[in-house]
Structures are given as C-alpha cells and as structure tokens.
Ligand binder design. Structure first.
Ligand code: AOF
Ligand code: ZN
Length: 363
C-alpha cells in the first residue's frame, strides 16, 4: 500500500509528540507512536522519561483490543532486541497491528533493520522512510551518537547590535532580553549536557540549570573546560553539584589538572567530577560513550572559537540583541555576516526585541 496523505498527517503528529520528551529519555531517543483505527487515534505515547517503557508498548496498551487490525505510526523502527524491555516488534505482532508506518530505521546495531524484517515476516505490512528528512532532524542527536560516536554540538551565541558577546572586566551586560533567555532555558532542558569555558565560569558565576517553571527536572550535565581546576568551591556550580552534576575537564596536558591534588580533592569532595582528556575530540567521544547525545556550547569567545576551528559544531544558534556594548566589548567570534561555509539557514525567529537565526550543517 502506498503512503497516503493521511499517513503523512499522522506521522507529522507523531514527530511533534516525540519532541515532548526530548532531553528526558537519557541514552534512549525520544520516540512517539500512534495507534490509528478507522480514522481515530486510539493509542498515543512517547518514550517514557528515563527511556523505558518504549513508545510502542505504551501506545498498544492504551489501544487494547482496538489495536487489532489498526495502523501504528512510529518515528523510529520498533526494536527487535531483548534489552531492558522485550522487543517492541513482538508486542506489535501480538497486538494484531495490521500495518506499521515508520520514519527512520534504527542505527542501533542491535536493531538496524531487524525490527522491520521481523514485522514483515509475521505478515505485518510495513512502510518505512516516511517523512525521513524531518525524522533525521528530530532524532539528529541520537543519530549522531549512534553513527559517529559523538554528541551533536549546538553552539549558542548572543551578540549585541555592535557585534559583542560581553564586556571586559566586571561590568556585566545583558545582550538579550527575558524572552530570548527563556528560550535558552528550554534549549538547556532539551540537551543532555552544556559546556562553558573557565573564563565565563569565573566572570559570570552561572548556574547553567534550566529554571523554566515545569522544566527544572530537565537540567543538563554541566561541563566546564578548566585546565588548571580554577573553578572556586564557592561558585554556584560547585555549590549545586550534588543536585545537578558538574564535570570539570582539564584539556591538553594531563599535568595541569592532575598536578593540583588539593584543588582536585576539594572539588571532588563537593561532588564535582574531574576528567582529564587530551583534546576536544576525545572529550566528545567520552561524553558519547556515557550516553550524552547533545551538547550545548554556551560560552565564551575562546571556547566558541576552538569548537568552530575544530569543525565539531553541527548547529549554530545566533541570538542578536538590540543593545550596544561599546568599545570595551568582547568581539563575537561569529556574526551573521561570517557564518562558516557548509552551514545552511534553518530558521529565523523573534523573541521580543531579539532575533534568533539558526543554522545547521549536514554530516
Ligand atoms: C523503540 N521504541 O520508544 C525507543 C527505542 O536499553 P533499551 O532496551 O531500552 O534499548 C535502547 C534502544 O532502544 C535504543 O538504543 C534504541 O535502539 C531503541 N529505542 N526503540 O522500539 C522506543 N526509544
Ligand atoms: Zn522497543
């Protein structure tokens, strides 16, 4: 059976639903499933927080007997492996689903086409590749970790009208207003980890948590590039390390970080994890290995420059504020006029007086 207009409509609905748990399902992607029978949705679900149960089994439970003969829409190939839960493909067959419409096949080596093959063998009609481009975007972080062994890197910059990202010295300056800041908090909730340099940590004493009402439980792992372990034990990051994890990474020579045992001990006693890696590449590999699929890079200029220079950035979010910083400003490593080659415009949006331009690079 060919893909109908109705199939596209339900798959689009499933894509929207899947975003609901982005950032909440740990190493598992946030997948959505809809059971549709006689033009009505009789079961709908998204991968549960923490990653289990999977979307399909929950949607089938909701549908109950109505699943018999129905169509299941799912954003990722149903799993075929006995992991922490039994295979979704088996549950689909058992529930009597007649047709399964899928966007992407699952690159997890335990699945990788076997979910679809098992369904077909059991006599279920399968349509895959439906809205595949949108599916790739929605699941881009998971795909990056599974296929490249690295998290998807999102670089966020807030640039003033005169091209600055901050002010030298003590004078703090707010480049964007409350609406843009709220958007950044939502972004933090959707990403698995957030990274800043020690310069920004010392200058701003940020908390880097998600403080949007209702989303606080989604704060990401907080990472500071801190070669000499300079983050003060009195900083907000260290003081909250037991509630939301903090990872200090000492890049480059192992000597600096590990050569300061007293500092290291004070930090680890406060619940901070210290990791020595030789390069950004190795840091990203280590993060992916522990299940981090997306990394938000938030500052400052030196960190942004080194990520851009090493070609590790997949998405750029450029917030442009209406304020002017002036001569003592810190110039942004990037403005709309010099977005690196290979990035294409994804969307533009306004947040109060501020403007967001988002770019992505394909890999
Ligand atoms: C599905 N439906 O909703 C999701 C799936 O550790 P486990 O056993 O939970 O397996 C994790 C893998 O399951 C993950 O790598 C991915 O292949 C798949 N995710 N599969 O059928 C879902 N979230
Ligand atoms: Zn499953």
């Amino acid at each position: 059976m060919a893909v109908s207009h109705e199939d596209l409509r339900y798959m689009a609905a499933a894509m929207r639903l899947s975003r609901w748990h982005t950032g909440l399902t740990a190493t598992n992607p946030s997948v959505a499933a809809l059971v549709v029978r006689d033009g009505a949705i009789v079961g709908r679900a998204v991968t549960a927080p923490g990653g289990r149960p999977h979307a399909e089994t929950q949607a089938l439970t909701e549908a109950g007997e109505r699943a018999r003969g129905a169509t299941l829409y799912v954003t990722l190939e149903p799993c075929s492996h006995h992991g922490k839960t039994p295979p979704c493909a088996d549950a689909i067959v058992k529930a009597g689903i007649a047709r399964v419409v899928v966007s992407l096949t699952d690159p997890d080596p335990r699945v990788s086409g076997r979910g679809l093959a098992n369904l077909r063998e059991a006599g279920v009609a399968v349509e895959s590749g439906v809205m595949e481009e949108e599916g790739r975007r929605v699941l881009s972080a998971y795909l990056m970790r599974q296929t490249r062994g690295r998290p998807q890197v999102i670089l966020k910059l807030a640039v003033s009208a005169d091209g600055m990202i901050g002010r030298r010295g003590d004078g703090q300056v707010s480049i964007t207003g409350p609406a843009a800041r709220a958007q950044v908090h939502v972004l933090r909730a959707e990403t698995d980890a957030i990274l800043i340099g020690i310069g920004t940590a010392l200058a701003d004493d940020p908390e880097l948590t998600c403080r949007t009402p209702g989303l606080q439980a989604r704060s990401p792992l907080r990472i500071v590039l801190d070669r000499r372990l300079e983050l003060p034990p009195t900083s907000k990051l260290v003081r909250t390390a037991r509630e939301v994890p903090v990872l200090l990474t000492s890049l480059g020579s192992a000597a600096d970080g590990s050569g300061r045992p007293a500092r290291r001990a004070a930090l680890t006693d406060a619940g901070v994890e210290v990791m020595v890696t030789e390069s950004l590449d190795m840091l990203l590999n280590a993060l992916a290995a522990r299940g981090v699929s997306s990394l938000l890079v938030e500052g400052g200029a030196a960190v942004a420059t080194s990520f851009l220079a090493s070609g590790l950035v997949h998405r750029i979010l450029l917030f442009e504020g209406a304020v002017t910083v002036g001569a003592d400003g810190i110039a942004s490593p990037l403005t709309r006029a010099d977005i690196p080659a290979g990035f294409r415009l994804l969307r533009e949006a306004a947040f109060g007086p501020d403007r967001l331009t988002e770019y992505e690079r394909s890999f």
